[in-house]
Design a protein around this ligand. Structure first.
Ligand SMILES: Nc1[nH]c(=O)nc2c1ncn2[C@H]1C[C@H](O)[C@@H](COP(=O)(O)OP(=O)(O)OP(=O)(O)O)O1
Length: 161
């Protein structure tokens, strides 16, 4: 490879928003344990981010989103991780199945006026307003000590291409 830049890991995050509520999961294990977040994880070889997002939603919450659309691409740079995480963020409002607790996540609905930002990744409070307003966005957050933001860039974009 000509570039010496570290390739990011590609991950997904999907939030279902329906009837003035957002479906989040309490992360029971792994990276982000103890926080509420959307559903997601690593995109597997041969998968598109959309396919990965739908698979992770099924694996973690036992539901299938039927209208997922990509809304944001955000890169997280952690000073204690060798590779940045490039997270593709999806919105869905329709799904089949019943949200069900799994080994990884405990799902719950939150009113959009009561999203539990104090128990979520600190960047979420910054990009959720754009996400919930139906905008597309792109950005990078640099972290120290895993959860402290030292710098960030975030902007609305016309297209994610
Ligand atoms: N700063 C951040 N803000 C946010 O909202 N979500 C973040 C985040 N940093 C990471 N995530 C998300 C992306 C992805 O959905 C999830 C991490 O992926 P995984 O669940 O695959 O991680 P794990 O370490 O649990 O993986 P496995 O060990 O493979 O299960 O956390």
């Amino acid at each position: 490879m000509a570039s010496s830049a570290v390739e990011p890991k590609i991950l997904t995050l999907l939030m279902v928003v329906q009837d003035g509520k957002v479906l989040l999961g309490y992360k029971k294990r792994g990276f982000g344990e103890g926080m509420w977040n959307g559903f997601g994880g690593k995109v597997e070889p041969g998968e598109t981010p959309t396919e990965g997002a739908l698979r992770e939603l099924r694996e973690e919450a036992c539901i299938d989103a039927t209208d997922a659309t990509e809304r944001g691409v955000v890169t997280f740079v952690y000073d204690d991780k060798p590779r940045p995480m490039q997270v593709h963020i999806f919105h869905a409002s329709q799904f089949t199945g019943v949200p069900t607790e799994t080994d990884e996540m405990r799902p719950a609905w939150f009113d959009l006026e009561a999203v539990p930002f104090d128990k979520m990744w600190p960047d979420d409070e910054l990009w959720y307003p754009m996400f919930l307003a139906g905008k597309k966005f792109s950005g990078t957050f640099w972290f120290t000590n895993t959860t402290t933001i030292v710098r960030h860039e975030l902007r609305e974009v016309e297209s994610l291409e």
